[in-house]
Write a protein of this length. Structure first.
Length: 345
């Protein structure tokens, strides 16, 4: 039984959320907090397995409540937001950077797709309840330089990320200097409607330029690329971007598998990395990339909120290096250093 604490100040949404979650026999609603202060108190008293967190509340908002809970009684926290506006979603991602594990849309009873959104919220919260709590300040202490027999001739870095991956992405990308030469292609699984706010928030954290590529565009050095929302991203044989509305893969669009598969022909030109996430999106394609000569990396189990995608890639035999976020940064910087040395000759 999953013990759920709902944090929501508006009575109408308290009732909506209660109705959605109470229908599932696997969930026990242990309490409803009307503000962040109550959430902190009830998290300590009721010991929930997962918390749904509103953003704007009286007395104490969701950001401060999340920070307090993660310091005092760590538990998986899911931000549930009814707004897709830039400032609102940026606030939600700030909460993720404090330790929340995910963000999901709050179903509105006036919408035609209410039942669909309610189901996605229910399943999402159940999945997030399985998350491990990773204290980011502790992860920063876990560091050993990866023993690299040979630095491959990489020009492109492809990253697949899902549940628990956003704070790791922030950690890695914010550590890359403005002089970084390699191109990065990233697929981050995310609920629909939040990408614009996510990219605005992330751009404030990183030194490199973030872009959504256009069809046929050639990757630029030192640029981070994300696919448009609800589009697959891949590269064709000429090395230019292709955007696709083909069916979902592994239940996702964009899919990590779709991107990774397109990079296999480029072999040694590629480094592929799988971060925290459920399922196995991109895991089988890592095997093909490794066989083609690409450098392959999986996030380490002690640093991953959900050791699903990385674990599958390791089990399939597709991983060269198992690294924590600090080690991944070191690896990427080494790749960039070698690229600079090659191109300056």
């Amino acid at each position: 039984m999953i013990r759920l604490l709902i944090v929501e100040d508006l009575e109408i949404y308290q009732k909506i959320l209660f109705e959605i979650f109470s229908k599932d026999p696997e969930i026990e609603i242990v309490g409803i907090a009307k503000n962040g202060k109550e959430a902190v108190e009830l998290a300590k008293k009721l010991k929930p397995h997962v918390i749904t967190m509103d953003i704007h509340m009286p007395v104490m908002d969701g950001k401060e409540a999340t920070q307090r809970i993660m310091e005092e009684n760590p538990v998986p926290i899911v931000v549930v937001s009814s707004s897709y506006s830039g400032q609102e979603t940026e606030k939600a991602f700030e909460i993720l950077s404090l330790g929340a594990v995910g963000i999901l849309p709050k179903p509105a009873p006036t919408l035609d797709n209410f039942e669909k959104e309610a189901k996605e919220l229910l399943e999402g919260v159940k999945n997030y309840s399985q998350s491990r709590i990773i204290r980011r300040k502790n992860i920063s202490k876990i560091f050993s330089k990866p023993k690299l027999k040979e630095i491959p001739k990489v020009e492109w870095i492809a990253i697949g990320s899902s549940t628990g991956g956003i704070p790791v992405l922030e950690t890695i990308l914010s550590a890359l200097p403005s002089s970084f030469h390699l191109s990065l292609f990233i697929v981050q699984h995310m609920a629909k409607g939040f990408q614009d706010g996510f990219l605005s928030w992330l751009q404030e954290k990183v030194k490199l330029k973030i872009k959504i590529p256009k069809e046929g565009e050639i990757p630029e050095k030192g640029t981070i690329y994300f696919p448009p929302e609800d589009y697959h991203l891949c590269l064709n044989e000429k090395g230019s971007f292709v955007l696709s509305m083909e069916k979902r893969e592994n239940s996702f669009r964009p899919s990590v598998s779709y991107l990774f598969r397109s990079l296999v022909p480029f072999g040694e030109k590629v480094a592929a990395c799988l971060l925290s996430g459920m399922g196995e999106d991109g895991a089988k394609e890592m095997v093909d990339l490794k066989k083609a000569g690409a450098a392959t990396i999986a996030q380490s189990p002690e640093s991953a909120v959900i050791f699903g995608m990385p674990k599958k890639a390791i089990e399939y035999g597709g991983v060269d290096h198992i690294l924590n976020p600090k080690e991944i940064i070191h690896f990427f910087l080494k790749l960039d250093q070698k690229f600079s040395e090659r191109t300056s000759l």
